[in-house]
Write a protein that binds this ligand. Structure first.
Ligand code: PEP
Ligand code: MG
Length: 828
């Protein structure tokens, strides 16, 4: 069998093309790559590497060499010259397009074709693309415009059974399947009398407005006409690969059972909110009105912006898939298809060529037109896709204009509906507008949920995609205490919830009135009840709630939503502002904890299959010492003036702790001043290994703070951002409590204090068991402080120790919760 060698300036490009070609040709075809230079990331070509690749690929049937451009060709020629004479005749350098040629060659080689034929197929590799784009000589207009000859067309009629018809994801699957055969495919909505349109355009297919129960007709002409129809029939029978989605009001997969007219999800931030449904609106970007003088240059800029936007979306897709599974990340496929949609791209290119406008102006106009046609559809779910298109459009526009993609905004007061919230979006929420938050996915200890709690915004997560169907402005009542979202609630329910909301506000005000005093247990032990914050703006609310200090400053929120890393000066200023506002109360500054669900665009990392088990937290800091060191210097500068504690996140091993301390020592040296005497150094215990080896870590730190959010996710193997395992992820599970107990024992043995800064610290039900285990500091979202201080004052430590001992012996989280509820009931 003929084998292939792919020569590229870039190792990744060569390997990517080989992967594609193998995917098409199958594993039997031998494909070797010679990409880049010896150094892993270096770009270039090297004849010696090409020669080695030809030798690895050697086949008596012949070797076909494909090259990208420029020196790749020269290097391949040199490699050919270096081959022994008798071998040279069996090696062919081929001028085929790199990717398409490799794919065509792999498919042909697999059929056992001779070298000439493989080379000829490779050379013709562009043909399908040219035909598709209508640019091949003698080929008719693009598939979307020429009418199909019904007399020769094969046809298929289908009733679409999906709950939302052919909305974004099923439409994307439809387009992908229809495009993967050698056939011209059209589709019409017979029920609505729309179409036929090209099945290669997501926009065209989706704007047919195919709803549940609609009949569609698919027409196909070409060699694969029968196969494409069979594949589309199968796809329809599989429900267009959509997950089963329960009907509104039917039994839900979410934990609470929804009464009619409500959706059930997972309570993520307590409280009640009443208001209209609202969505994020992508902000506008100013497009300069200048005319374009170089249409070809504009077209190239468009291609670059589309590629950059596609790379962003792929990265988001990978991050979401890592957290909630590939099927939930499928919405990104639809977003990617917008970028390849000829229904949008063709008018953009035409405007650039014919009207002399810039790519940015042409793109914005085409996206607006397409979004307006989505908005004209009768189905509210499909209308809502206009927002998706606009947000993808904004991303491309930002790349065209060379500016960062602006964050979405909530323009009017109401309850925010969103698929999920990125931590950066949640951080930008304004409680005056966002009365509540309701998301389709996400878990209660996801960072977005934590932020909502800190801001005192009631939130319910994991409501399912149904929540996205609710039309803007629909009256809603969010009961985040039980996890229900009532859609268009009747007046009596509104009255009842309004009364509960008022009673809750009054109780909170009463708890706040006594919250400023220190919290002492009944037997007189003072417990530090501190706040978890992410930005200086949160300090006033934390002080008003009665915090005794800040037990966790999540510094990463100062780093999110920006295009570049904050400098040492900026960081120093932010930490100083917080420390000053605390007026002598302690401030625990956590070293940067990014990675996993908090990626930083300017700290790009290669995609990881399991980001939560990858390079995150301290691991990232140790991998990027310049980042860690800059931050440590900023912390040390503030520690010279204020009561600051420094804390390292995600410590797993003693070696990591020692390496982090070494960086701290080096940062002191760089500053040229002695380490401030009062500076306490601590670690977060959020990996089971750290809890189990706390006796080895404790002697080398001043304190240990248990991060139960991560500790629970790792101990119970339950992703904290995945609503489907939210019920498992209970920090009161005895397995987690045993890890907390091990940490407290080690702390006590070495005279180190132990705190808890995971979300469970803010749950008054958990207060006695945590204190009974030996925890002496609790740090939480500020609104929880008054109630937890009350719970501390009601706790007797002797009784709490007995309670904790009993909890450790219980077999389930439910049993622990029952025990604690009884304890609460028994309180005087
Ligand atoms: C934790 O994991 O419990 C914690 C407090 O850290 P974060 O929630 O920021 O990961
Ligand atoms: Mg954590």
């Amino acid at each position: 069998m003929v084998s292939l060698v792919l020569v590229s300036h870039s190792r990744r490009l060569a390997e990517g093309a080989a992967e594609l070609a193998r995917g098409m040709g199958g594993p039997d075809v031998r494909i070797e790559t010679a990409g880049g230079l010896e150094a892993p990331e270096a770009v270039g070509t090297d004849a010696a590497l090409v020669l080695a690749a030809i030798e690895r690929a050697w086949s008596e049937d012949g070797v076909l060499v494909l090259m990208d451009l420029g020196s790749a060709i020269l290097s391949a020629e040199m490699a050919l010259d270096m081959l022994p004479q008798e071998r040279r005749a069996k090696v062919r350098l081929c001028a085929a397009p790199f990717v398409e040629g490799a794919v065509a060659a792999a498919v042909t080689a697999r059929l056992g074709a001779p070298l000439d034929q493989v080379a000829a197929e490779a050379a013709g590799g562009l043909q399908p693309k040219l035909t598709h784009l209508g640019e091949a000589p003698g080929v008719a207009a693009p598939a979307s415009s020429a009418p199909l000859d019904r007399a020769v067309a094969r046809t298929l009629r289908l009733i679409v059974r999906n709950a939302h018809g052919l909305h974004a994801r099923p439409a994307a699957r439809f387009v992908q399947t229809a495009s993967s055969f050698d056939a011209d495919v059209r589709v019409a909505n017979l029920t609505a009398g729309r179409g036929p349109v090209s099945a290669r355009s997501l926009n065209a297919v989706a704007t047919l407005g195919v709803g549940k129960g609609d009949e569609i007709e698919v027409l196909a002409v070409g060699p694969d006409a029968d196969r494409v129809l069979a594949a589309l029939r199968e796809l329809a029978e599989r429900g267009f690969d959509e997950e089963f989605e329960p009907e509104l009001g039917a039994e839900s997969a979410a934990p609470a059972t929804a009464p009619p007219g409500a959706l059930a999800g997972i309570p993520a931030s307590p409280g009640i909110a009443l208001g209209p449904a609202r969505r994020f609106h992508p902000p506008q970007l100013e497009v300069p009105s200048a005319r374009a003088t170089d249409p070809e240059g504009e077209l190239r800029a468009l291609e670059r912006a589309l590629a950059a936007a596609a790379a962003d979306i792929e990265a988001q897709r990978a991050a979401v898939a890592g957290r909630v599974g590939a099927s939930r990340a499928g919405i990104f496929d639809a977003h990617l298809l917008f970028l390849r949609d000829e229904g949008i791209l063709e008018p953009v290119r035409r405007r650039i060529r014919e009207e002399g406008v810039t790519a940015a102006a042409a793109w914005r106009a085409a996206v607006e037109e397409a979004a307006a046609s989505w908005e004209a559809l009768p189905d509210p779910y499909q209308r809502a896709r206009a927002a998706d298109l606009r947000s993808v459009g904004l991303r491309v526009l930002a790349h065209l204009l060379g500016v960062p993609v602006p964050a979405p905004r909530l323009e009017e007061e109401g309850i925010l509906l969103a698929p999920d919230l990125a931590p950066a979006d949640a951080a930008g929420l304004d409680p005056a507008r966002a009365l509540g938050v309701a998301t389709a996915s996400g878990g209660p200890t996801s960072h977005a949920a934590i932020l909502a709690r800190s801001l005192g915004i009631p939130a319910v997560v994991g409501l399912g995609e149904r929540v996205l169907e609710i039309a803007e402005g629909t009256p809603l009542a969010l009961d985040a205490d039980v996890g229900l979202l009532h859609v268009a609630p009747p007046p009596e329910l509104v009255r009842e919830l309004e009364a509960r909301r008022r009673a809750r506000a009054e109780a909170e005000a009463a708890a706040r009135a006594e919250a400023r005093a220190p919290a002492r247990t009944r037997d007189g032990i003072e417990i530090e009840v501190a706040a978890n914050i992410g930005a200086p703006q949160e300090i006033p609310a934390a002080l008003a709630a009665g915090c005794d200090g800040v037990g966790l400053l999540r510094t990463e929120f100062l780093f999110l939503g920006r295009a570049t890393m904050p400098s040492e000066e900026e960081q120093t200023a932010a930490y100083r502002e917080i420390a000053r506002a605390l007026e002598g109360r302690p401030l625990v500054i956590r070293a940067l904890d990014v990675g996993a669900d908090k990626p930083l665009p300017y700290l790009a990392q290669p995609p990881e299959p399991n980001p939560f088990l990858g390079v995150r937290g301290l691991r990232l800091g140790l991998a990027r010492p310049e980042v860690l060191r800059t931050q440590l210097r900023a912390i040390l500068r503030v520690a010279a003036e204020h009561r600051v504690r420094v804390m390292f996140p995600m410590v797993t091993t003693l070696e990591e702790l020692r390496a982090a301390r070494e960086h701290l020592r080096a940062a002191v040296e760089e500053l040229g001043r002695p380490i401030p005497e009062a500076l306490e150094v601590g670690i977060m215990v959020e990996v089971p290994a750290a809890a189990l080896l706390a006796h080895a870590l404790a002697p080398e730190v001043d304190f240990l703070s248990v991060g139960t959010n991560d500790l629970t996710q790792y101990a119970l193997a339950a992703d904290r951002g995945n609503e489907r395992v939210a019920a498992l992820s209970d920090a009161l599970h005895p397995a987690v409590l045993r890890l907390v107990a091990a940490t407290c024992e080690a702390g006590a043995a070495h005279g180190r204090w132990v705190g808890v800064c995971g979300e469970v610290a803010g749950d008054p039900l958990a207060t006695p068991v945590l204190l009974g285990l030996g925890v002496r500091e609790l740090s939480m979202n500020p609104p929880a402080i008054p109630a937890v201080k009350r719970a501390v004052r009601a706790t007797d430590l002797g009784r709490a120790r007995e309670l904790a001992a009993r909890a450790l012996e219980l077999p389930t989280a439910a049993a622990v919760r029952d025990l604690l509820a009884t304890e609460l009931g028994d309180r005087p």
